[in-house]
Design a protein around this ligand. Structure first.
Ligand code: HEC
Length: 482
């Protein structure tokens, strides 16, 4: 309401954020948080394995260095870009919620930014000084210590961001006392951090297995011991990951009952939630099986055997992210701001006086026969467009046709009866925020969308009109009349 709204009609706005975010999580967890301590451990093993007069086992060290090169290239390019990309896309699509989060987590975010930039610089230092550090044992040991330090730093960036993710799911006490401390100690923070930490380690190890298979020959002296170390690494972290995922899994329903006002219509959630249970089981047991097999018959391991558990473990993390997104709905910040970017506390006012009156960007001050469609479009943009498109993915025409039948015109009165109650049956949707005239305009507009097949344009192509009643001229006029 306070910003001109960007909108992607074919893709769906939420999809854009989700795509960038999921790539980022895989890279962050798999190639930074979990990978760097794993690589440091391997680097250290090279020194331990080496002969009395050597700094390190050179063949081993060269392989580990190559593995780190993948981590280095991917984290500092795609990883860093998608990390920043999440905030760019989220700020574009969900400006109000990012605004609130920045206000609440100002110093957390500030710290995170410093830590993140330092992390990228430290990764560069770690990777680029690797070869030089092989000149003396002292330098190598310093390099390894730096690796451990970097591991702590990568974990720290994740630890700060998870506070914000937990807060969005369930702000906890912050809802009564708006303090940074209360926001930070939200109830989901710790379970989620406990889950992500060992899971990142496991995925880092699974990624390591893949790279070992790629970078070593079948009969090389490096492959077998490297596979074994990785298998042990995975077996050490896996029980923690399983226990933490069960703990997190059990905390989720509490957040959900807090967020979802009614118990009906949670079918879709149940679907993902059940899926989660099986994925935990399948992904973790396949990894455990693989690790044991590696220890038992390292010679028989092949690329496909490593690839499948790796993909499953990404699925494991991915489904958790999906569920995390799902349980937040209909809120973008639990019990505070709905996904349509309207605060819960503003609802009574808006439902009485209308959303357009209080919207900064609309050309409509009074709905008439002439401007009804334009008004309906603005209501759609404000109330529905963060989750629905007009003709693309999760199209508003399609969801209504699915209910009332395809191949026939939508009925305006049925839609008008449905929309004010939509949040009861489908608890992932926020209640309709506007008043009765706006509802009428919205239903006419959806009918028009079906009939004409036109797509709604976001502010990036359609431009935005400033509400005449919010203009400086209007305020001057009011003031001079006083
Ligand atoms: C928080 C995101 C969100 C918002 C905001 C939202 N919806 Fe939805 N809506 C959804 C999702 C998700 C579905 C489920 C789609 C599916 O089942 O594939 C849905 C489904 C629907 C359905 C079909 C319901 C059914 O029982 O099959 C209708 C109708 C609908 N939305 C109308 C609206 C209207 C009108 C608005 C704006 C006033 C709106 N929605 C706002 C997320 C949202």
């Amino acid at each position: 309401m306070d910003f001109p709204l960007f909108h992607l009609d074919w893709l769906n706005d939420r999809f854009l954020i989700a795509m960038i975010a999921i790539i980022h999580v895989f890279i962050n967890h798999g190639l930074a948080v979990g990978f760097i301590p794993y690589i440091t451990l391997l680097e250290q093993q090279g020194v331990v394995k080496s002969g009395r007069n050597e700094v390190t086992d050179l063949a081993w060290d060269a392989t580990v260095h190559r593995m780190m090169m993948v981590g280095f290239v991917v984290t500092t390019t795609l990883g860093a870009m998608t990390g920043v990309g999440i905030w760019f896309s989220a700020a574009l699509i969900s400006p109000n919620s990012i605004g609130s989060l920045i206000r609440v987590f100002y110093w957390g975010w500030f710290t995170e930014w410093i830590v993140f930039v330092s992390e990228v610089v430290f990764i560069m230092i770690y990777f680029l000084t690797w070869k030089n550090s092989n000149k003396s044992l002292k330098a190598k040991q310093r390099h390894i210590r730096f690796g451990w330090f970097l591991s702590g730093f990568s974990w720290l960036t994740m630890a700060i961001i998870v506070a914000i993710l937990g807060f969005m799911m369930d702000p906890g006490n912050w809802l009564t006392h708006h303090s940074f401390f209360n926001a930070l100690t939200n109830p989901i923070y710790l379970p989620q951090l406990l889950f992500r930490t060992p899971t990142a380690m496991v995925i880092g190890g699974a990624f390591g297995l893949l790279l070992i298979m790629l970078f070593t020959k079948k009969d090389s002296l490096v492959r077998r011991p490297a596979l074994k170390t990785t298998a042990i690494w995975i077996l050490v972290w896996l029980p923690f990951s399983i226990l933490a995922s069960i703990y997190y899994y059990n905390v989720i329903p509490e957040a959900m009952t807090a967020n979802m006002s009614t118990a009906v219509g949670t079918m879709d959630f149940a679907k993902y939630y059940n899926l989660l249970k099986y994925i935990i089981l399948i992904a973790t047991s396949s990894l455990a099986f693989l690790a044991v097999f590696i220890l038992w018959k390292p010679k028989r391991v092949n690329f496909v055997m490593v690839l499948i558990p790796f993909i499953l473990s990404l699925g494991f993390l991915g489904i958790f992210e999906r569920v995390r997104e799902f349980i937040r709905k209909p809120y973008v910040i639990g019990d505070y701001m709905y996904s349509n970017l309207i605060r819960e506390e503003d609802y009574p006012l808006l439902q009485k006086e209308g959303i357009l009156k209080h919207a900064t960007y609309t050309g409509i001050t009074e709905i008439t026969d002439e401007n009804r469609l334009e008004a309906g479009r603005d209501v759609f943009m404000i109330a529905c467009s963060r989750c629905h498109t007009s003709q693309g993915i999760n199209s508003i025409v399609y969801v209504f046709e699915k209910m009332y039948g395809f191949d026939k015109p939508l009925d305006i009165n049925s839609m008008k009866a449905y929309i004010p109650n939509m949040h009861n049956g489908r608890t992932y949707m926020p209640p309709y925020p506007g008043n009765a005239e706006e509802l009428d305009a919205l239903a006419h507009y959806i009918f028009y969308l079906q009939l004409s097949g036109t797509s709604v344009q976001g502010a990036q192509s359609a431009g935005a009109k400033l509400n005449p009643e919010h203009s400086v001229e209007h305020f001057i006029e009011l003031k001079t009349q006083e």
